[in-house]
Design a protein around this ligand. Structure first.
Ligand SMILES: NC(=O)c1ccc[n+]([C@@H]2O[C@H](COP(=O)([O-])OP(=O)(O)OC[C@H]3O[C@@H](n4cnc5c(N)ncnc54)[C@H](OP(=O)(O)O)[C@@H]3O)[C@@H](O)[C@H]2O)c1
Length: 272
């Protein structure tokens, strides 16, 4: 009889206290994986753990502030001690920041903080867990990124740079470690309905992916181990920007300016 590949698979997922990470943890646990939930808010992690356990799954909670190197190091030590086998690391925790560059002149810390959590923490945690992921052939790292890194969205310079760095790191990992059996997947999400997007009023006029569908991309990425999962539009703009950066960025700038004007108008109308 064939063994169920999900049974007993140990999956570390950061940012599991809300949004995409929470929903992915629930879906993965429902398949039979043992999920290690990582975030700062213990009560939220325990709530997610409680829901997973009530549904018959297994989850462990680990609090860490991934923006602090010492906290990441402590997390690595705890995970290595508690879990002799780790099959998958999902680097999902992140922060977004939307601010025009001309309003960022005295805010280099926006860039530093975003890079610290969205990129340097991913690198640190990955390096710390890599030997364990490689110990059993067939390990996998999933790095959660954004279409913004492929499409060059205005007003997101700090976020976009941090996610582009993660994408580049993912490609380096994949090319260097594929022969050791490691799969590395970048997931470049479009807008997803979560706490991250909720504060931006104009997003309610834009298409947003449901969080359950976004989480399913993580489950499917573990099943099929692709290099990237995203939407076709993002890939098309990525290719166009690579081949013809000048004209593509000019077209995109006009498109976004136009769209922003239309959305502002809609927002004003809906407030009346
Ligand atoms: N929503 C979208 O439209 C969208 C689109 C593209 C990509 N993404 C990416 O998807 C990922 C998940 O985002 P989401 O939309 O699900 O947002 P979310 O609901 O706000 O979740 C963010 C998660 O990251 C954790 N986190 C934040 N700062 C942390 C820190 N310093 N240390 C440890 N954990 C931290 C949060 O937990 P605590 O607060 O408990 O620490 C939370 O669990 C992010 O990487 C985001 O960039 C989202």
């Amino acid at each position: 009889m064939r063994r169920d590949p999900w049974q007993g698979k140990t999956i570390v997922i950061t940012g599991a206290s809300s949004g995409i990470g929470e929903e992915a943890a629930k879906q993965l646990a429902a398949k039979g994986a043992v999920v290690c939930l990582v975030a700062r808010r213990l009560e939220e992690l325990q709530r997610v753990q409680g829901e997973i356990t009530a549904a018959g799954g297994t989850a462990h909670c680990y609090t860490a502030n991934l923006a602090e190197n010492d906290s990441v190091d402590a997390l690595i030590a705890t995970l290595l001690k508690a879990h002799p086998e780790i099959d998958v690391l999902v680097n999902n925790a992140g922060r977004s920041i939307r601010r025009p560059l001309l309003e960022s002149l005295d805010r280099p810390h926006d860039f530093e903080r975003t890079m610290q959590l969205n990129y340097l923490a991913v690198v640190r945690l990955t390096l710390g867990l890599l030997p364990r992921l490689l110990a059993k052939r067939g390990g996998q790292i999933i790095n959660v990124s954004s279409v913004a890194a492929l499409m060059t969205t205005p007003r997101f310079a700090a976020y976009l740079a941090s996610k582009s760095a993660v994408d580049a790191f993912s490609r380096s990992l994949r090319i260097e470690l594929a022969e050791k059996g490691l799969a590395v997947t970048s997931i470049n999400y479009p807008l997803v309905k979560t706490a991250m997007t909720a504060p931006t009023a104009i997003y309610k006029f834009l298409p947003q992916m449901e969080v359950a569908d976004a989480a399913r991309w993580i489950v499917e990425a573990i099943e099929t181990r692709p290099a990237r999962r995203t939407i076709r539009t993002a890939l098309a703009f990525h290719i166009a920007t690579t081949i013809l950066p000048g004209p593509t960025l000019k077209t995109l700038a006009a498109f976004y300016a136009n769209r922003a004007a239309r959305l502002r108008k809609k927002l004003e109308q809906s407030a009346q």
